[in-house]
Structures are given as C-alpha cells and as structure tokens.
Ligand binder design. Sequence first.
Ligand code: AMP
Ligand code: MG
Length: 472
Amino acid sequence: MTLSIPFDNSYARLPEGFYARLEPARVAAPELIAFNSSLAQDLGISGEDDPLLAAIFAGNTLPGGAEPLAQIYAGHQFGGFSPQLGDGRALLLGEVVDRSGTRRDIQLKGSGPTPFSRRGDGRAALGPVLREYVVSEAMHALGVPTTRALAAVRSGEQVYRETVLPGAVLTRVAASHIRVGTFQLFASRQQYDQLQQLFDYTRDRHYPEAETPGALLAAVCARQAELVAQWMSLGFIHGVMNTDNCTLSGETIDYGPCAFMDHYDPNTVYSSIDRYGRYAYQAQADVIVWNMAQLATALVPLVQDQQAAVDEFTTIVNGMPNLIRAAWLRRFGAKLGIADAQAGDAPLIADLLGMMQAGGSDFTNTFRALARGSARDEITDRSAYDLWHARWQERIAAADAPEALMQRSNPGIIPRNHRIEQMIAAALEGDDRPFHHLNAVLARPYEDQPEAEELRRPPAPSEVVQATFCGT
Ligand code: AMP
Ligand code: MG
C-alpha cells in the first residue's frame, strides 16, 4: 500500500530568500489519530494504510514530490513589529491542485525546529493540535473560509510546556500561507525585488484579475471584511489577529487561543495573553482595518509614484469600515430572516443584541431559537422581548421563507470551549472518542441533531472556560 500525493510545487520555485529548505525531524512513535479522507479526496490524495499515513503525517516518511521548506515572514504581534518570524515549527511539504482547480498548501505543524524557531522547540502539544483540527473543520462546515485539517498524529514524544504533555503533529491545508507579515518582511528590509516577486506570485495565485498593488489591496480588504463579519455572526473570537496570522487569501488561519463565545458580550476576550482586549470580539472589526493598513504600507514601495499610492491605499483602507458594516448587516439580517437588510434594520439587530447582553443570553442558542419561535425563553427581560418581537414580526411579515434563511444562518451546534477542553482532557487519557464525536456532529452544524442535544447546552458554571491558551 502506498500513498500518493500529486505535488505540484510553486513556492519552492521562488528564490532562496523566501524560505529555508529542510526536512522534518523524525518523531519516536507516530500513531494516527485522524485522517480527513473526504478532504484527502478533494486533494487527489489516495491511500488508507494507517501506519504509512502516520509515518507521512508525522514527518517520518517524506512522500514523493515533497520539497519541504520553512517559510519566512515578519509581523506585528499585539501591535509591536517583529522584523523576523517564520515557520518556527511548521514545514510546507508542497502544494497540490485540488479537484476544483485551486492550489492548496500541505503543511506539517509541530514537525521540529527550523532556522526560525527562535527559542521554541519546533513541536506541538496534543491539545492544541486537536483544538485546531476540530475548530478549523467546524469553521469549514459553518461555511467560513479557513485552513483545513488533513491529519493529526501522536508523536510518541513528550513536549515541555508549563507541564509535560504528549506531542502531536497536525497537517494543515491552506489556499496558501502568504500572510500580511510576508509582505512586511521584504518591505521592512527594503528588499524590493523580492517584494515585487511576492506580489506577482500572490496575484497570480489568488487575485489574477488584480493588475496593480491597489487592486490587490482592495481585493484582500473585501475578503477580510467579509471574513470578520462572518466570524462575528457566529460569535467567533480569533484571539490572536497579529499580522502574521492574517492571510492574503482571506482564509482564517492559526487556531491558537480562539473561542466561540457562549453568552453574548461584545467585550469578550478569552486569550490569556490578550491582556488589554486588543483582539476582543467586538474589536475584531477595527483590528482587521489596522492589519490592512499594515499591508497597504508594505505595498507602497511597489508603486512608482509613492504619494499617489499612499492616497489611493488610504482611500481603500478607509473604505473598509463601510464594507464591514455592510457585511455585518447582511449576515445579522439573515440571522433574523431578513434577506435584504438595510441600514434601517440596524436598530432591530442592535436591540436584540442589547437584550441578549443585558441578560447574558447564549449567543448561538438565542439566534437558533428565533426560527423555532422559542427565543423568548432565552431572554431575561420578557416584556422588552415582546415589544421587540412585534417589531421583528412586522419587518419579516412580507419576507419569503424567513425560517429557511434563519435555519441556514444560525447554527445549532458550535465547538463550545468547555466541550473542547473536555475532548482534550479525554485525549490526554488516551480516549479519542469525544474528538471523533465532536468532529462528526460539527460537520453538520445547521441540521437539527436531537441525538447531539447535549453539545448545544451552554457550560454549567463549573464547566465555564475562563481563558484559552496558545499552547505554543
Ligand atoms: P503563533 O502565535 O502561533 O502565530 O506563532 C508565532 C510565531 O512563533 C511563529 O513564527 C511560530 O512559528 C513560532 N512558534 C510558535 N510555537 C513555536 C514552537 N513550539 N517552536 C518554535 N516556534 C514556535
Ligand atoms: Mg501564527
């Protein structure tokens, strides 16, 4: 039994300064936890033999055609510029062109130290690997552009964090791993030839219609505005929106301290390292604009007339809040069964959110209950709800099939933090059943799944997760 991955690598054709070539470090005893065979099929990967899959996706056996490399990038972390980051514990094995014709990266995460590891060990712990697997696949099922999880493997080794933990390797699939920080690297080093090469490569791969840096910037801003509005419509908090975790493709990347909120509070922060709430739920709409301003700054040297570029890019970035507002309105409107939400609908949405915040309503369950006519039970101030309900009913009286729109805009099941913690705790004891169960249920988040009712329940006080950690 062999495994065939139809590699068709392009990043490895870029010049030396874009990466360091090296092979993954072997792990002691690879043991397959999960292989995403439906994603594998999309990628044209065939092979089912467990030991071989474990060896390949642990980095112990290099599949034919792989050209492993660690990508270099820079980035603003919590507002401060780090002039050189890079894949410190990840390796791009190569790319495949999937069934729909899209080029996708296949990357090992936790595959050993690289020249960019700084003080890190290049490894990943089991918990964060399983968290990323579950949440990224859940996001995909929710319809959010995201990196995917192809495989998770126990390494049979220990990693040393606050405690000693079992190690693991995740295989991540992405439209690309080009980040705002990749552009920042070459711009900050004044390596303008490389900057131009990166621009050409990114345009050809993601935005072939964008003829100028301004057109590319506008296209990325549009995708990121849509992405952040979509996160917010699901109660998702990324947690570490540094510019090195912000893709040019518009996919969600880097599931570290991310979390879905339970009760609605726009100031929610879970990440233990986000002390000032820079990446709080509500702040995400502002931070993405800040990140795009950094991309704009990095693109300026590509334009001959720099003042004209600054003017053009400023207009584009300044236009982003409107894009986000429009996307937010459309998505939250849909959650209320309004297909064509207008600015005049904003108070209706805001008033519901206000009641939810005041009474600590569960974000996911309250919206899900709207279509079922049971949202009143989720709101503490019932008389306020009744007044709101009348306004809402009036608004959707003439709507065509609002229930269907609400059903596909309000998931019943999200990966709740306490379930993820419980899943990780079980896996640390060697029981992977909660992991597999979560994956199965989260693959159909918009369907009613009575048998999974328990996963819809908000955490009991004793189960509430106060903080999430990068685990790096
Ligand atoms: P993140 O916060 O996960 O986006 O990571 C920020 C940077 O730290 C990236 O350049 C990572 O490659 C690097 N990094 C994170 N964890 C490790 C680790 N265990 N070993 C080496 N580098 C790491
Ligand atoms: Mg990162």
